[in-house]
Write a protein that binds this ligand. Structure first.
Ligand code: AMP
Length: 110
């Protein structure tokens, strides 16, 4: 059973895709928490960060984040968040990074 994000990657569910390469696809979050809120998702179905193999997709996710932030003009800074498991409020079991920016971001996060 493909994940929700795989269905977006395969264009079965619509989303505003802002970036893609052979490793990852990035699209705007449907419920944005900042003026820029993009999800960066590896094409490979990995349930979460805890399942990422040592030679996994992390470099591609980070490279994509840097590229997207530059393209979207986040010159003042941005934040990259991985929600892992129930304590972090993970709702979609397909590894993804939240790229947030476009406003002053509070710290510590909730
Ligand atoms: P997480 O809580 O870290 O698992 O993040 C899942 C994110 O997916 C949430 O921020 C949701 O708003 C977002 N989301 C859920 N469904 C969609 C969708 N169809 N298109 C874009 N983003 C979605």
């Amino acid at each position: 059973m493909p994940t929700l994000f795989t269905k977006i990657i395969q264009r079965e569910i619509p989303a505003e895709i802002v970036y893609e390469d052979e490793h990852v696809v990035a699209f705007r979050d449907i419920d944005p928490k900042a003026p820029v809120h993009v999800l960066i998702v590896p094409r490979t179905e990995i349930p979460g960060l805890a399942d990422l193999p040592d030679d996994g997709d992390h470099r591609h996710i980070l490279n994509a984040a840097k590229t997207i932030a530059e393209r979207l003009g986040l010159t003042g800074g941005y934040r990259l968040v991985f929600n892992q498991g129930p304590d972090a409020g993970q709702t979609v079991d397909h590894l993804h990074a939240h790229l947030l920016g476009g406003r002053q971001l509070g710290w510590p996060p909730g």
